[in-house]
Ligand binder design. Structure first.
Ligand code: NDP
Length: 475
């Protein structure tokens, strides 16, 4: 009986691939084994310039009212020297170091020591212990999904302090923004360097490590797939979500408090940025279990790209709109405010519904309804390294029939709304949409390259049925 069931299960697995299938994962998994010159050059440029870009943006707000051109003009005309700008830059302070240590320690405590209780009373929310995708070594990691709870506790405490306890000012983040930048950098570099050393000397799973032999590439893109300390402290889940994404909404609240302090009011643009980005952050935590199946967790290794990126790039550059609005408080006319709100909500709706449609389609193996109808799809097959043939389906209904990555399009519309809330006086708040367009277009091409080599001629059938990538009729 047991043998019969096992055989049946094995047959089903062949015909119904899942991300928890080791064979499947081997072919799709991970970053490159060999480094080409273009990748190496891009990585060296990023390692050199990404920290400078963050510094330049934050410094230009601190010293030049968020103008990106004035510092350059000053330097090029000899009006100022680099040393003048540097000498005006706030240094690391004991206060900032204390705040940052407390912040990270608090998030570690929430992550490690408070098991999720939200799934017990929030209908539809998936939390508690969940399984991730299989790693190349065939390991299925367990994760304690408690990000929503961490976010709620942190924000309840933030508001309790702001309105009742007054232990610290809600402008604390803005007031220490540059000293905190040094702390975030120290953590970002420390965790990336630790991950590199750990990958060499005491990896969580030696079979899940990739070495290219190129120091810079390995440092940037990571060696270990899922570095962990103990059974539960997972570097990717912790650093991707907290402290960076939990902080995102707190940083915005601190900017709003600063506006209130400086101008006696919070502008509608600041409220819009807080609300729209708040929805995006809450969506992330509501769907944290789904996030275990995205490219970040299923394919990327943990190196400087994720470690430093989560500690520095994300909290500092994803929040530029709010920072800008502290220096330039924009009050939008009603029509413009409604327009920005609608664009943001439409973007979010497309982003969420598209992701949900694929999730539902894949979870039910096509036995579901998309927009009230049975979904259409293209049958496809691929082979694993040992030659076993697997079958899968690519949906051509719903938003997946409009374009091959309409979830990215929704994300981009939402991102554009945050930027438009800031008006048109400066380019700085538009950095986000420029960056997201490059990131998601590159991601789309990267993903399609992978799907094309995985599905071969079936992918061609799919691209013939759904010819556009992001914008129907255009691209
Ligand atoms: P997707 O969720 O789009 O997943 C792509 C995979 O889905 C493909 O590799 C393929 O996998 C499968 N697939 C592709 N087409 C179809 C189809 N028609 N039917 C069924 N399955 C299909 O990619 P991401 O993980 O990159 O993105 C997840 C979300 O995260 C996106 O909404 C994105 O906007 C967002 N994001 C946000 C970022 C930010 O910084 N704010 C950064 C990155 C992403 P298979 O091999 O299984 O067939």
């Amino acid at each position: 009986m047991a043998a019969h069931q096992e055989k049946k299960l094995a047959q089903e697995r062949k015909h119904k691939p899942s991300q928890n299938d080791p064979q499947t994962s081997q072919v799709q998994w991970g970053r490159a084994w060999e480094v080409d010159w273009f990748s190496l050059a891009s990585i060296l440029l990023l390692l050199l310039f990404a920290p400078l870009i963050v510094y330049y943006f934050i410094m230009s707000c601190d010293q030049y009212q968020c103008s990106l051109t004035d510092p350059l003009r000053d330097l090029l005309t000899g009006n100022k020297h680099l040393s003048d700008i540097w000498s005006k830059t706030p240094t690391l302070t004991c206060r900032a170091a204390g705040i940052y240590c407390l912040w990270v320690a608090f998030q570690v405590v929430l992550y490690m020591f408070i098991p999720d209780f939200c799934h017990k009373f929030l209908p539809g929310y998936v939390g508690g212990v969940q399984e991730g995708a299989v790693t190349p070594a065939g390991v299925v990691n367990k994760y304690e999904i408690n990000g929503l709870q961490a976010w709620i506790i942190t924000h309840v405490l933030w508001f309790a302090n702001a309105y009742y306890f007054h232990f610290f000012s809600p402008t604390i983040i803005f007031d220490n923004w540059i000293p905190l930048l040094w702390c975030a950098n120290i953590l970002g570099y420390a965790v990336s360097t630790f991950a590199m050393i750990k990958g060499y000397f005491f990896p969580t799973n030696a079979k899940d490590c990739k070495f290219t032999g190129n120091f810079f590439y390995d440092y940037m893109m990571g060696i270990e797939f899922n570095p962990r300390i103990g059974r539960w402290f997972d570097f990717k889940l912790f650093f991707n979500g907290r402290p960076g994404i939990v902080a995102w909404t707190l940083i915005n609240l601190s900017y709003a408090a600063k506006q209130q302090e400086l101008y006696g009011q919070v502008t509608n643009s600041m409220i819009l940025v807080n609300v729209l980005q708040g929805i995006y952050v809450l969506d992330f935590f509501w769907n944290e279990a789904w996030y275990l199946k995205t490219i970040d967790i299923c394919h990327d290794h943990f190196g400087w790209y994720l470690g430093w990126g989560d500690c520095v790039w994300l909290p500092y550059l994803y929040t530029l709109q709010g920072l800008y609005l502290v220096y330039h408080p924009v009050q939008l006319g009603t029509a413009n405010a409604v327009g920005v709100l609608l664009l943001g909500l439409i973007g979010y709706y497309i982003f969420r519904v598209t992701n949900h449609q694929k999730d539902l389609f894949r979870r039910t193996d096509g036995n579901c309804r998309i927009w009230g109808k049975k979904p259409e799809y293209i049958e496809c097959s691929y082979k694993s390294v040992d030659g076993t043939k697997y079958y899968s389906k690519l949906m051509t209904s719903g938003f997946w029939g409009w374009a091959r990555h309409f979830n990215y399009t929704g994300d981009l519309l939402g991102s554009l709304a945050y930027c438009l809330a800031c008006g048109f006086a400066h380019i700085l708040p538009y950095f986000y949409i420029i960056y997201m367009t490059i990131l998601l277009t590159h991601r789309c091409i990267r993903d399609e390259h992978r799907c094309s080599s995985k599905y071969g001629k079936d992918w061609k059938h799919y691209t013939a049925a759904v010819p556009y990538r992001l914008i129907p009729g255009v691209f």
